[in-house]
Ligand binder design. Structure first.
Ligand code: MG
Ligand code: MG
Length: 256
């Protein structure tokens, strides 16, 4: 069932989303060579919990052990932060974060370059972010979920990349994952119609090579089968009469 949120619920989601955005700005600025993904996770959890009433959505969700998902290079999503995973110059790292405030969630992800990265990696990040922007622009009242996927897919594939099929965006609210599913591919005017008060996470996962994925033995980390780089950008968006409202806008980097 697709749930419609009240104006008050959307404000709580915007509050959660603001903390998500600030957490990502903070973690993104600290993603430098020599830092472990466990250190980034610790920084994020401390920052999130410094806000009264806020908690990390991910910790304990389906028994996930951390506050962030940190996915390096060919890892697409759901990487588990670890003291043994130390960022190196030239890596790209996807950071996915969720925050819960007053029982409502915000969800957002960025992929950031670590030190100096290749031109190909930079282009992947740019195209994936553009694909997210296109998806958000398509999230207009009266459009359908398929319009979002179509817009995302068009930008990603025009850039010469492929979109992951098995993992999709989602409705979000009192539950972290709600209906509808929001695929990163699709046809215009297909799927559920977008109505005011729907809140969805739009989250393109874009691979340099083929779209195929597999899950590592840790049962969490999803990687590209062909070993090519993958990027992930995500915003939580409310469908509103005057257009999509991004609830997880990333603010300027803040200090802890
Ligand atoms: Mg996410
Ligand atoms: Mg999500």
């Amino acid at each position: 069932m697709i749930t419609i949120k009240s104006a008050r619920e959307i404000e709580s989601m915007a509050e959660a989303g603001r903390i998500v955005g600030e957490t990502l700005a903070l973690v993104g600025a600290r993603a430098v060579p020599g830092v472990s993904t466990a250190q980034l996770d610790e920084l994020a959890e401390e920052f999130i919990r410094s806000h009264p009433g806020a908690r990390p959505s991910f910790k304990g969700l389906y028994d996930f052990p951390a506050s962030l998902c940190t996915s390096i290079n060919d890892e697409i999503v759901h990487g588990i932060p670890s003291a043994r995973r130390v960022l190196k110059d030239g890596d790209i790292v996807s950071v996915d974060c969720g925050v819960c405030v007053e029982g409502l969630h915000g969800d957002s992800a960025i992929t950031v370059p670590v030190g100096e990265v290749s031109e190909a990696a930079e282009r992947l990040l740019r195209v994936t972010r553009d694909a997210l922007d296109a998806g958000i622009r398509a999230a207009q009242l009266g459009n359908h979920v398929g319009d979002i996927g179509h817009a995302v897919q068009r930008v990603a594939e025009a850039g010469g990349f492929s979109v992951v099929r098995e993992l999709v965006g989602h409705g979000i609210g009192t539950s972290f994952h709600e209906e509808p599913q929001v695929p990163n591919f699709g046809k215009p005017k297909r799927g559920p119609r977008l109505v005011a008060g729907m809140t969805i996470a739009i989250e393109p996962m874009v691979n340099v090579g083929k779209p195929d994925i597999r899950t590592l033995d840790d049962k969490w980390t999803v990687v590209t089968v062909d070993g090519t780089l993958s990027a992930h950008f995500e915003h939580t968006v409310a469908i509103q009469p005057d257009g999509p409202r991004i609830l997880t806008a990333v603010h300027a980097p803040v200090s802890a």
